[in-house]
Design a binder for this molecule. Sequence first.
Ligand code: ATP
Length: 430
Amino acid sequence: SFTGENFASRMKALLPAHVFKMIEDIGAIADSEKVAVYLVGGMVRDLLLGLPNVDLDLVVEGNGIAFGTKLAKELTGRIYCHEKFGTANLFLNNGLKIDIATARTEYYEFPAALPTVENGSLKQDLYRRDFTINAMAIGLNHHNWGQLIDFFCGCSDLRRKLIRILYNLSFVEDPTRIIRSIRFEKRYDFTIEEDTLRFAQKAIEQNFLERVSANRLKEEFVLILKEKNMIAIFKRLKEMDIWSRILPELELTPGILHFLEHVTEDSSQLTSLLGPVDPGLLTLLLLCHQADEKRVAANIERFQWSKKYNLVLMKTAHEKKKIHAMLQGKDVPISKIDLLFRDLSNETILYFYIVSPDPEQKKIINYLRLRKERIPVVSGKDLKMLGIKPGPVYREILEMLRTARLDGIVQSRAEEISLIKNYLTKEEML
Ligand code: ATP
C-alpha cells in the first residue's frame, strides 16, 4: 500500500539527481514565497508506478503566474504565461520543462468549449482532471514534503490497473478524454473501468467527439503517434468506433495494420542506407496508403500537420502512381529511378519500400546502394580548371555526370572528363 508512505525517498531513488534537486529547490522557493505548491499529474502517477518521468506539472495555491515567474528567475529559464487561465510553461536552460497551474475550478459553458477559470483549491483543481490515476498530488512545501495527496482513490485504481473518470459528465465536458483513456489503457496495460467505459461509449454514440476542434483531436493523435503501443491504441480506437470520427479520411484497413506491425523488421535493411527517419511521419504515410490525393488533401486541410508533414504527405500521394509504375517497369535505368527518388524524403522512400512486393523492394535497395557508391568525382571546381566558362552549362554537365555515373556509363575520373569533352564538342557543333 502507498498510503502513509512518504514519497520523498522514492522520488530521490527514481529521478535523475538534478531533477530531484530541482524539486527540492521548488519546495524551498514555495516556502519562501509563502504559497502551497504541489507536484501533480503524470509524474506522480509514474512515480507510484516506479517509472521515471521528468515532466514537471505543478499546482500552486496562490498566484501560479507570479510563482512561475519567480521559478524562471531562480532556476533560469524562459516563461510563457497564459494570464487568462492562470497557467505558465517554463522552459529551463537545463532542458527541463515545467507546467504550472493556479489552483482553480472550472465550469464549462457548453461541452467541448474552452474552460472558464475561477479561483479555487487543490482539490477542485484535481477534480477537473481526466482520470483518478492522474489526479494525485505530492506536497512540496516543508510541512508536507513528499506527502501523497489522493482525494479520489487514484492510488487504489493504480493498484487495480483501472482508468476511471472522476465524475459522470467527464467525457461530455471534454470528449478528448475518451481518446486519452485508450492511450493510458494501452500504455500501462490497464483496463478502462466498467462505468467509465459505458460513459465513453455513450458519448461516442451521441457524437460528442464531433464537437471537438480538429486541432485538439490532432494534438491527441500526435500523442498517440509517440506511444510504444501505438498500434494497439489504433486498433482499440477502431473497435470503439472512434477512428472514423477522428480520421474519416484515412481508413485503418487490415492491410495498413499489417504494414504498421512489420515496420521495424521491414525497415531494418534500409535504415543504414537511408539515414534518419521520423517514425510519426512514416506512420502517417502508411495511414494514407489507401487514401487518394483528394482524401489526403482533406485530412491535411483539417488537421494541418507540420509544414514538413503536409508537404511530404501531399507529394507522396501525388507521385504514388508514377512511382509504382516506374518500379514495376523492366530494366529501368538507375538514373530514371533517381529522377523520381532524389527529391523524396527518407520517410517516403521507406514507405514505398514497405508497401512494395519483393522485386520492387530489391530495386529500391539497389538504387539506394548505388546512389551512395556512384558519385561523380569531377566537381564544379574541376570544370573551372578545365577552362569551361561558368554558367548554366555547369549544371547540365554535373547532371549528365550524375546520370552517367548512376547508370555505370562512366566509372573513373578519366572517363568523366572524356564524357565532358565529348559533350562540349557536340554542343559546339549545334
Ligand atoms: P504523459 O505521460 O503522456 O505526458 P500526462 O499525464 O503527463 O501524460 P499531460 O497531457 O502532460 O499528460 O497532462 C498533464 C496532466 O494534466 C494529466 O496528468 C492530467 O491530470 C491533466 N490533463 C491533461 N489533459 C487533460 C484533459 N483533457 N482533461 C483533464 N485533465 C487533463
